[in-house]
Design a protein around this ligand. Structure first.
Ligand code: F0G
Length: 364
């Protein structure tokens, strides 16, 4: 086979991931997503920053979850697991179902009834997962799957599984390769808080530095030979106002937001995310549902990039914090657009003007 054929992030970064030559890799060629520079929006607003979007919606199942799932399912299969389980607001379940199908094992996914976007539900169903809807939210589901996986032969593939973060850290490697160094800021939505922690692991390893995850990480930042950046970025995490435990500084029992992907009140990576914020001298900020939807539309209309509402919170946050001067002048800022807009067509159509209907005779 042609050596240049891209075969997924584990093969690309195998020396920085916990695999060896005997490991059977379960992959759908995830990763290698485009880093797209925004042009029209910064021009229009007179921003002096260079802003890039890492469009994770272009992964095989349409979200960044594929980065973690290739690693988690590869390790599950290596350990002899026949079935995986997760709780999900939608994207994790889609990725778990797809990678389980690829591996030839079973998947069980718990989702909050009526609170996940239809595109995501259709994916889990099509890939043959056993879909269990619960009368509760993601946090209730998370408690359940932790209980179930501790008593049954089910491999838990939520981001509490450290292999998920190992896969997701590769986003930092790709950004550094594309820009030649780490950006000044890296901005992302925060829900269960695994992704911000994974970004920090990736950037820390790339700069040859320790990070707050070291005690949980089996690699102990053993990559001193793989230093590829001179610095680490400041991390900024945006949360929906109705589901913002990091802003309230305590868990939120009844989270609510139109951005159902991040409708989470009890993030499992609480400590890791605080460590990432503190070590990177970053911050958390919140955006309302209105601001999120407006940003989703602005990005789609002005740049041709259609991401899901949870991802658009990065743009909503920038619109607020750049105007306030919270980002230092002339910075390079990368936003992780975590999922594709096609995941949630209902929300997109509901906020758009209905198409005009004309009789064919009028067209002639
Ligand atoms: N953006 C999207 C599109 C997501 O699906 C998620 C999480 C996040 C952001 C937040 O990432 O949890 O690592 O802080 N979705 C999970 C799921 C919870 O079940 O699909 P996080």
């Amino acid at each position: 086979m042609n050596n240049h054929h891209y075969t997924g992030l584990i093969n690309k970064y195998r020396n920085r991931l916990p695999v060896d030559d005997k490991t059977r890799i379960i992959s759908l060629n995830e990763g290698n997503t485009p880093l797209i520079q925004l042009k029209n929006l910064p021009n229009k607003l007179g921003w002096e920053h260079e802003i890039f979007c890492k469009f994770e919606g272009l992964n095989p199942t349409g979200s960044f979850k594929d980065r973690g799932m290739t690693m988690a399912v590869t390790k599950a299969v290596e350990s002899g697991a026949q079935a995986i389980i997760c709780a999900s607001t939608g994207n994790t379940s889609a990725a778990a179902a797809a990678y389980a199908a690829r591996a030839g094992i079973k998947s069980f996914v718990l989702i909050p009834e009526g609170k996940i976007a239809l595109g995501k539900l259709s994916q889990a169903m099509m890939h043959g997962a056993t879909v269990i809807q619960i009368k509760g939210n993601f946090d209730d589901g998370m408690r359940l799957v932790q209980e179930l996986s501790s008593t049954m032969p089910l491999n838990l593939v939520n981001s509490i599984n450290p292999y998920r973060l190992q896969g997701q850290k590769t986003i930092a490697f790709e950004v550094i390769e594309a820009l030649g160094d780490a950006p000044d800021y890296h901005v992302m939505p925060v829900g269960n808080a695994g992704n911000i922690s994974a970004h920090w692991i990736g950037y820390s390893e790339s700069a040859g530095q320790q990070c707050g995850s070291c005690n949980l990480c089996d690699r102990q930042c053993a990559f001193k030979d793989d230093v590829i950046s001179t610095k680490r970025p400041t991390l900024v995490g945006y949360q929906a106002s109705g589901a913002a435990p990091f802003l309230r500084n305590e868990m939120v029992d009844s989270p609510e937001t139109i951005a159902t992907a991040i409708r989470i009140g009890h993030p499992v990576s609480w400590d890791l995310a605080w460590a990432a914020q503190k070590e990177s001298t970053g911050w958390f900020e919140e955006c309302t549902d209105e601001e999120i939807l407006q940003a989703q539309k602005v990005l789609a209309e002005s740049e041709g990039i259609f991401c899901e509402p949870a991802s658009a919170i990065t743009i909503a946050g920038l619109l607020k914090d750049v105007e306030r001067g919270r980002y230092q002048k002339n910075s390079t800022i990368v936003c992780t657009l975590t999922g594709h807009g096609l995941k949630d067509p209902d929300t997109a159509i509901a906020q758009s003007e209905a198409p005009v209907v004309v009789r064919q005779s009028v067209m002639r």
